[in-house]
Design a protein around this ligand. Sequence first.
Ligand code: PEP
Ligand code: MG
Length: 762
Amino acid sequence: MTGVPDILWLEEIRKEDIPSVGGKGASLGEMASIGLPVPPAFVVTSQAFRRFLIRTGLEEPLYSILESLDVDDNDALESAAKKAKDLIHEAKMPDDLKSEIRIAYEKLSRTGDIVAARSSATAEDLPDASFAGQQETVLNIKGIDNLLKAVQVCWASLYGARAIYYRVKQGFDHHSVNIAVVVQQLIPSEKAGVMFTSHPVTGESLSIIEGSWGLGESVVSGTVSPDNYVFDRRLERITDRLISLKNVEIVADGNYGTITREVEKSRQEQQVLSDDEVRRLATYGIVSEEHYGVPQDMEWGIVGDKIYILQSRPVTTIKGPAAVKKDTKAGSAETVILQGQGASPGIACGPVIIVDDVRDIGKVKEGDIMVTRMTNPDMVPAMRKVAGIVTDEGGMTCHAAIVSRELGTPAVVGTRKATQVLTDGQVISVDGEKGLIYDGVIAQAAPEPGAAQVQASFAPSKIITATSVKVNVSMPEAAGRAAATGADGVGLLRIEHLILGLNKTPEWYIRNQREEDFISELMGGIKVVLDAFPGKPVWVRTLDAPTDEFRNMQGGETEPIEHNPMLGWRGIRRDLQRPAQFKLQIDTFKRLWDLGYDNLGIMFPMVSHPREFIQAKELFRQAGVDVENVDLGVMIEIPASVVLIEDFIKAGIKFASFGTNDLIQYTIAIDRNNENVTDMYWPRHPAVLALIDHAIQACRKGGVEISICGQAGSDPDMVTWLVEHGITSVSSNIDAIAKIRETVARTEQRIILDAARRPYGC
Ligand code: PEP
Ligand code: MG
């Protein structure tokens, strides 16, 4: 046989192979190649399917069925789909192809003979067209005859009514779409679900994980409302969790199929995932997102303590929802009658249409609010018409959520009882951002509030402020989103994440003479951020990892055990005592300056005395850096550095930035990570404000740029105070930029107006 073979094993596949193995197959091959724990699989290629069509003489009859079909005519669509599918089901698979599949199945069966056959269409899973759920998956297949039948079922699903409809509406040509079938060992998941590696609506670096008992189909299809975990990738901890009532699970029925059964009471409201499982899943998510360079939508399963990654594909693009205003009579507005999860932003108003199943979709009219237990792909034509969607079941990643985001239709999912509480014709408002359903038409049913918010956070702003508004970045892959905010530069690039991600301490690289590896990793990461901010300052902070964070890394065995790492061997004090470690960083920066990145500035953390700055600068000079012509500055995190600020200015700092996270804890003796004293952690404590004010005034007098990069710089009240007191720049979290820029602009305008209104001479 010439050309692409009928069968390809995962190890032979890369992401470029979509034309042969489809999006799903290519993604699995690529995932396996980067070390994600993917269950073993082979793919019946799309070429095998083409050859099947040719050798069985099906091509012509198939295309004549689809030619000139009006997909908006439901009856014609259903009948064409049935005819096309029957042709595929009934055709006899050529013997040589059967035998190739048999041999591959026997090989796969050596580690487990229950497999799943998953359609992998060449137009599926691609970045701009979420074909979620459009093609067939057959689970729990045992035995070659069942597998061969399942392969034909998958092939036929390329011609299901919903697939034909979706393809036509998305502009795909029937001749150019193809289908491959992934045959994969079935993982008898005890718990399973989905994950977005970044927030699917706002794009923040939050991994959103949804999970439930049994196989993942219950989450994907929306049969249950899953548990929802939010893992903040910057803070590296779970910041939110919603434990749902999971009353059913889908499991293998022991007879090559699956059954949906009731979950016993004791597990229904039990948390599905341990915190450690959430963290491990999020880590796999980061590996995948970093590899592909865009946020991923992943499926996973867990058996015992083994995690399997079943799928990873780009998160579908999020469009702003269409403005929806209906000419309806106002009801008892502003009364929240139901609550769920806001799955697709925007507000829509309209009359309810309850859709029990696909037979009801004929009743759906333009501008209705579709209310259903859970949408499925057959409902897509109706979903295109409606103004809003409400479901009883599902979470952020269910079918209704994915499709409504793609359609730009406001949606609230997982209300538990919308189909029981709402009635046909009742006028309601759906807030797809907050997850609320109101009776009647709400007053603020303005166009596109959800979209406005998303855009406000991420679109470059036209507001010009005298105070620069910069952004904090910790991981290079966030650079694109950070730059998309239109920020005036990066006020803090923490390199710890980059270095901790290497899983080896800088000392390890030195001990093993692998300095070049370290430099090239660090340089690569910083360069991504510099490239995203051409011509804008990027302040990179030298290493500030406490010893406890290094200890578990390779080379971390020699880290000292410290009672209080916060006050320990970290920041500039460690670098000055370990010049070889510091030199690795200096050499990296020097190479970047030599490459022409003159927007790079370097900031030293945890300085307590000007001599530390002077020593650091001297080490830069000794390494060949032209120290008078590059920007070297300090973090103000220790009260001592405020007291000695004038001496720092005399020592030649070009800028200073308040690290309020530490400045607060060291000023009022409140451990920032100790939950027993959290309520005493007071950013606007008068002593903290007095220190900040003192440093601002000294820096302004000395002509030194003064900024903030601690969390307080993302708080509008604090930023108002800082601008009033003369700060020259602020650096905030990506998601806070829009709000902070507006705060800065308003404060500046008020200051100007107040001055203008003051009587002459005052
Ligand atoms: C700070 O202390 O405010 C700061 C930005 O540094 P980190 O949070 O990394 O200690
Ligand atoms: Mg700090």
